[in-house]
Design a protein around this ligand. Structure first.
Ligand code: 9UX
Length: 70
């Protein structure tokens, strides 16, 4: 069972940020990327493997401020 997660991400300003956030999210297991844009990311995740908090923290660890939208 996959759940939808949308993150609003402060501190992203360019395409290099999109690559950095993409790489960080690709390092989280149980997660499937749907879209990463300047300022937001949308993923599907397996709640038995990953939590929204862990996913946001993977983005925050590289210097952004991610907030869980839904
Ligand atoms: Mo762009 Mo992002 O110049 O971390 S790389 S702001």
């Amino acid at each position: 069972m996959q759940e939808e997660l949308k993150l609003t991400i402060e501190g992203m300003h360019c395409g290099a940020c999109v690559r950095r956030v993409t790489n960080a999210l690709e390092g989280v297991s149980g997660l499937k990327l749907e879209a990463v844009n300047v300022g937001s990311a949308q993923v599907r995740f397996n709640p038995e493997v990953a939590t929204p908090k862990q996913i946001a923290e993977a983005v925050n660890r590289i210097g952004f401020q991610a907030r869980v939208e839904k």
